[in-house]
Design a protein around this ligand. Structure first.
Ligand code: PEP
Ligand code: MG
Length: 600
């Protein structure tokens, strides 16, 4: 956003540190009313062609608005009337109005590309509206910007993605970033992120950790102060965002960043060492990934496998649904990329804060409790069958497991298994190669009812993976993505720990493997407790593998088991936190290095 040249004042804001590291860069405001577009010079010989390109984008927009109008005609009531007025206004703006003439004029006189001409013209018209006293008229600025975004998307075409033309070292500040938005960020260009909304276990936070981007969420007043182009520091250790830092503070942060990077380099030396406790217990450390492109960083971090592939990210940022062949190619790439290490592919887990528009799912009144994850897969069997077929085909290329999210009942996993068997029969008839034996089918334990029913579920599944993020959310009734209740979110609550313990013991009774793939698996604070409770397989953001490995190598399993027994006798979460942290600090030096890297 353009702004008056006021003297830059240092402003320190606080929020939740959700992804460690220090970022120093330039503010890019991610407003819903602003699209980042690059400005390029157009030679005189190509001006006519550029205006033609713009005319085509206007024509497409006219068609889109006409389509919206046709849909709106089926509606009734005040909202339909309001929508009708809005679409009338759009049509007027798209037919030889000041907007269209203004953009053409800018292409001609400023010799710039159509996208930049639209952005400038929209800014200038919107500012006129914004300055109006009448609240109805000033509110129309949002409509103008909305139409501008539509024109820019039409100009860029199918390849349009937000954040694609950011300058290097941008720091994204926004009211909110969705997990889908965050998945589009390129860590080579983006240095860090901060938002007003969002909790520490939201998928936005998880994605930031996966990308290794320092991040602070839940920063009140952030967008009131943020101005594009200003210098900003994201302190992902202490949860601070500093706008226009003084020279002294900037120097201090540069030193802190250098220290952080040095410690990270030192930890990376653990990459090829085994995760074995001091008393000889081997622990499996795997990576959680969202996109096939993360395989390289998982391997670089020393991941012994992929413990969780969040397949729903393949369905985000697009208007259609990836078909069986496209999914097969993505899974095959991960499996081959992991070179014989095991890959656990989770079936579609959309819902809650993860939206995939191409699926056309109505999130319902409560998205966290609605038609999501396995419920959606069973309600839309064509989706599940295509996904299972893609995974089965990919299983011919390496070791694969299939993991089903949000299972609450035995019937759900039985229905998935029946579908799996049906797909296997179809593929066999078609002579398609698959793994032999077939991939194991496992259940995510992330609903309290599933944890309590773990014995019955264990009879029906080949392995468990405990999703502590949702297990904590649903046990304590705390929205993991809501900063207003983030301070109440606590995986050390005795009820959550009891469910983890019960699930682990049920898996042992049924002799099936059990892992933890929630965020606690990647936080060295919890490592001793999880091992003490009997967990031997932890899956986490690749960026956390080194600190967790260091923790594993520094601890004694028999002492951790004693601590876990003591913890399980407590009824008070604060006392439990004291025992867990006391045990860690007794280990001394190993933990000081970990602490230097972890958000406080
Ligand atoms: C979890 O719920 O703990 C989990 C690992 O899955 P997600 O974070 O994708 O919901
Ligand atoms: Mg989950």
């Amino acid at each position: 956003m353009p702004h008056a040249a006021a003297p830059a004042r240092e402003i320190v804001l606080t929020g939740m540190a959700v992804s460690r590291g220090i970022a120093i860069g330039t503010v890019y405001r991610h407003d819903s009313d602003h699209v980042a577009v690059a400005e390029t010079r157009i030679p005189a010989s190509r001006l006519a062609a550029e205006k033609k390109r713009f005319a085509a984008a206007v024509e497409t927009a006219q068609g889109q608005v006409a389509q919206m109008r046709a849909k709106a005609e089926g509606l009734d009531g005040a909202a339909a009337e309001e929508l009708g007025y809005l679409l009338d206004a759009y049509q007027q703006m798209l037919h030889g109005s000041r907007l269209v003439r203004g953009v053409e004029g800018r292409i001609e006189s400023e010799r710039i590309n159509a996208e930049a001409a639209v952005q400038h013209e929209i800014d200038s018209i919107a500012h006129v509206f914004e300055a109006m006293e009448d609240s109805y008229l000033s509110g129309r600025a949002a409509d103008v910007r909305d139409l501008g975004r539509r024109l820019i998307r039409n100009l860029i075409g199918r390849d349009w993605k937000p954040f694609q033309t950011l300058p290097k070292n941008s720091v994204i500040l926004g009211e909110e970033l969705t997990p889908a938005d965050t998945a589009l960020l390129d860590p080579k260009v983006v240095a860090g992120i901060a938002t007003q909304l969002g909790g520490a276990e939201s998928h936005t936070a998880i994605m930031a950790r996966s990308l290794g981007l320092p991040a602070v969420l839940g920063v009140a007043e952030l967008m009131r102060h943020a101005r594009s182009g200003d210098v900003v520091v994201i302190d992902g250790r202490n949860g601070r965002v500093v706008l226009n830092p003084s020279d002294d503070l900037l120097d201090a942060y540069r030193k802190m960043r250098a220290d952080f990077l040095r410690t990270r380099r030192q930890l990376s030396r653990l990459k090829d060492l085994p995760a074995t406790t001091r008393d000889g217990q081997r622990v499996q450390l795997e990576a959680n990934i969202e996109l096939p492109g993360e395989v390289a960083s998982a391997l670089a971090a020393g991941a012994e496998g992929i413990g969780l592939l969040r397949s729903e990210f393949l369905f985000m940022n697009r208007d259609d649904v990836p078909d069986e062949d496209e999914q097969f190619a993505a899974y095959q790439a991960v499996i081959q990329g992991m070179g014989g290490r095991e890959v656990t592919i989770r079936t579609l887990d959309v819902g809650g804060d993860k939206l995939a528009h191409g699926l056309g799912v109505n999130p319902g009144p409560n998205p966290s409790l609605g038609l999501r994850a396995v419920r959606l897969s069973l309600a839309r069997p064509e989706l599940l069958e295509a996904q299972l077929a893609a995974i089965l085909r990919a299983s011919a290329f390496g070791r694969v497991r299939i993991l089903v999210p949000m299972v609450a009942t035995v019937e759900e996993i039985q229905a998935v298994r029946a579908t799996l068997e049906k797909v296997v029969r179809r593929l066999k008839r078609a002579g398609v190669a698959m793994a032999d034996p077939l991939p194991p089918l496992g259940v995510m334990i992330e609903v309290p009812g599933a944890a309590l029913g773990a014995d019955a579920l264990a009879f029906n599944s080949d392995f468990f993976s405990i999703g502590t993020n949702d297990l904590t959310q649903y046990t304590l009734a705390i929205d993991r993505a809501d900063e207003a209740v983030a301070s109440l979110y606590n995986p050390l609550h005795p009820a959550v720990l009891r469910l983890i313990q019960f699930t682990t013991e049920a898996a042992k009774r049924a002799r099936i493997p059990v892992a933890v793939c929630g965020e606690v698996a990647g936080d060295p604070r919890y490592t001793a407790l999880l091992l003490g409770l009997g967990i031997r397989d932890l899956s986490m953001s690749a960026t956390n593998i080194a600190v967790v490995k260091q923790r594993v190598r520094g601890l004694d399993l028999s002492a951790a088991s004693r601590m876990a027994r003591l913890v399980m006798e407590q009824s008070d979460a604060a006392r439990i936190a004291g025992l867990v942290d006391g045990f860690s600090s007794a280990d001394g030096a190993a933990d000081r290095a970990s602490a230097a890297l972890m958000p406080t």
